[in-house]
Design a protein around this ligand. Structure first.
Ligand code: SAM
Ligand code: ZN
Length: 272
């Protein structure tokens, strides 16, 4: 992790903004931090391992842990597994992910986070679509699965994409308020144990006027009436999910719901 990331993080225990410091003064001279101890002003201690600050707090519920163990195990094969969706849904998901560029400011620097980054597929797609422009982006990724983060780190490094990754939970995101121009989340929210809290946290870390884009499995009402739609839901009940708009924070502005990936995923876009 780059040392400047410390300016954007906050201690997940006392939730005080921008109060994390390295304890080892020797490392403070080094721009790139691989292994280190962090401490907040109140004395809460955290570690950085393999270049990733470990900031999950509080410990996960038994229900969330079950999902995370599955993600840790499938991390290395996740990209292959997700490709089966291409045929299943009749789409090229990597190409579809490129449409996220429509939410990025056309010019100037932009700070972007993928919450539940998984294997960093969204950032790979964005950098593919905006080749030559990635220097103006500050890419951040959060995930609670260290297996997924390891794959994301390798993929982004191999592609020469500068990034900051954090091991943290969507229910208590260890970033300061008003940090990001764009917050992306794809593919996890349907199974989150506290959807309102996840959406609240995504809005909190967004800058005023920034944009939040949330998508997950869920057929449009038209698609769920078709034989195709019925088969898809029969195959994977996650596709029966509906966009959780009733859980959006009261201060979410300009909410728009649409369907993407051949009407099989909902997409909620809102603004702070
Ligand atoms: C289906 S994968 C989607 C990955 C990626 N966003 C994509 O579009 O390919 C769901 C991701 O959510 C992450 N996740 C699950 N619970 C989480 C939590 N409480 N906080 C942050 N991430 C979580 C998992 O580790 C996994 O990487
Ligand atoms: Zn603290």
């Amino acid at each position: 992790m780059k040392k400047f990331l410390l300016r954007e993080l906050r201690c997940p225990k006392c939730r005080k903004s921008k109060k994390l410091k390295l304890t080892d003064s020797e490392l403070e001279t080094d721009d790139e931090i691989h292994e280190a101890e962090l401490v907040c002003k109140k004395g809460h201690e955290w570690t950085v391992e393999e270049g990733i600050p470990l900031l999950v707090y509080p410990p996960l519920s038994a229900e969330d842990k079950k999902w995370i163990e599955d993600y840790d195990q499938m991390a290395e094969t996740y990209d292959e597994a997700i490709k089966t969706y291409d045929e299943f849904l009749g789409v090229d998901i990597m190409k579809e992910r490129e449409k996220l560029v429509g939410f990025i400011p056309m010019e100037g620097p932009a700070t972007i986070i993928d919450v539940s980054i998984g294997t960093a597929a969204n950032f790979m797609a964005i950098s593919n679509a905006l080749k030559g422009q990635i220097g103006r982006f500050d890419f951040h990724g959060l995930d609670v699965s260290r297996g997924m983060l390891r794959v994301a780190q390798r993929r982004l490094t191999d592609q020469g994409i500068t990034h900051s990754l954090v091991h943290g939970s969507v229910f208590n995101i260890p970033y300061a308020d008003n940090t990001f121009d764009l917050v992306i989340h794809s593919g996890g929210i349907n199974t989150f144990s506290d959807i309102p809290q996840a959406l609240n946290e995504m809005l909190r870390i967004t800058k005023p006027w920034g944009i939040i884009v949330v998508s997950d499995e869920g057929l449009s009402s038209k698609a769920r009436e078709t034989e195709w739609g019925k088969k898809i839901i029969e195959n994977n009940s996650l596709f029966a999910a509906k966009p959780p708009i009733e859980h959006l924070p009261d201060n979410a502005m300009h909410v728009e719901v649409s369907w993407i990936l051949n009407d099989a995923f909902y997409q909620i876009v809102f603004q702070k």
